[in-house]
Ligand binder design. Structure first.
Ligand SMILES: Nc1nc2c(ncn2[C@@H]2O[C@H](COP(=O)(O)OP(=O)(O)OP(=O)(O)O)[C@@H](O)[C@H]2O)c(=O)[nH]1
Ligand SMILES: [Mg+2]
Length: 282
């Protein structure tokens, strides 16, 4: 049995838990590129997903994952070609990734996962990323030209922060930056894509517009066919913690949410697609 390993990289509030919940519901529906194998005797232990599944069924948003939490669910999968695999999908408090960046230190368990992984999933919620798109001539007026928020001491431009973080992670994983990487494959998920008002069709161009340095870094490091950038809206809309969304309840969470593939195109309800792409060659 193939047991691919993946690393999920996403800061606080980037949409990890809700994607996890929606992904699991899609896998169980047996309608996408990847499905849960139904031949399993013992169903997977779903306790890490309990809260988010309950909230989704009731059309509400789930809570922030406590900082120190680390949990995973075993997903017994089968792909469209009939290949079977077992995959652990992780969930954790996104501050853990911020701590790696701040302390320049990677915990032992993370090191191990990074060096063994067949694929990396990078979740970036562009709406929440702070950038200071100044040019030299505008430096003196930097606050006026920042994207909504003033340049704050200690708050890094998201371009610099992600590139630095990726460099730390690549170093720890023992991955060189001389030759373009073919493994681990990299899936970039631009999460909460419904929040972005963009007429651009290609998610990779949206990334390049919002975070040009991150886009350039990723594309210079990974071989073209080893990286793909997707637009992900796991929920399709914003949910509230306290009030219920009737559409979600009436139609069911399995009918909400979509992805836009790296080559553009229509919204696709199959939330398993980015994962199927990531696992294709592993
Ligand atoms: N509009 C919109 N909001 C979303 C979507 N997915 C998640 N959210 C919201 O974004 C917020 C953060 O989502 P989470 O899934 O909890 O994020 P997380 O990465 O698990 O965050 P931590 O647990 O803090 O690490 C929540 O309020 C969600 O309701 C989406 O597709 N669209
Ligand atoms: Mg969470």
């Amino acid at each position: 049995m193939h047991t691919p390993e993946i690393v999920l990289l996403g800061g606080p509030n980037s949409g990890k838990t809700h994607y996890f919940g929606q992904l699991y519901i899609r896998l169980r529906r047996h309608a996408g590129q990847l499905q849960i194998r139904s031949d399993q005797g013992t169903p997977p232990d779903l306790s890490p997903l309990e809260e988010v599944l309950h909230c989704l069924e009731n059309g509400r948003s789930a809570s922030h994952t406590p900082t120190k939490t680390w949990r995973e669910v075993l997903l017994p999968l089968v792909d469209a070609q009939g290949s079977e695999m077992n995959l652990f999908w992780p969930d954790y408090g996104g501050e853990q990734l911020e701590t790696v960046f701040k302390d320049r230190e990677v915990p032992e368990a993370w090191r191990d996962r990074l060096s063994k992984a067949d694929g990396w999933v990078l979740l970036i919620r562009l709406r929440k990323e702070t950038t200071y798109p100044d040019v030299l001539a505008e430096l003196s007026e930097r606050a006026k030209h920042s994207n909504g928020s003033e340049a704050r001491p200690g708050v890094w431009d998201a371009n610099a922060r992600w590139v630095e973080l990726l460099q730390i992670l690549l170093h720890v994983a023992g991955l060189g930056t001389v030759e373009r990487l073919r493994s681990p494959r990299l899936t970039v998920l631009l999460s909460c894509y419904d929040e972005l008002e963009t007429s651009e069709v290609l998610p990779s161009k949206v990334l390049a517009t919002h975070l040009p340095l991150v886009s350039a870094f990723i594309h210079s490091l990974w071989a073209d066919d080893a990286v793909s950038v997707w637009g992900l809206s796991a929920l399709g809309c914003a949910l509230d913690k306290d009030s219920e969304n009737d559409k979600f309840i009436d139609e069911g969470p399995e009918h909400q949410g979509w992805v836009i593939a790296s080559n553009g195109g229509e919204r696709d309800a199959d939330l398993t697609q980015p994962l199927a792409w990531l696992l294709k060659a592993s």
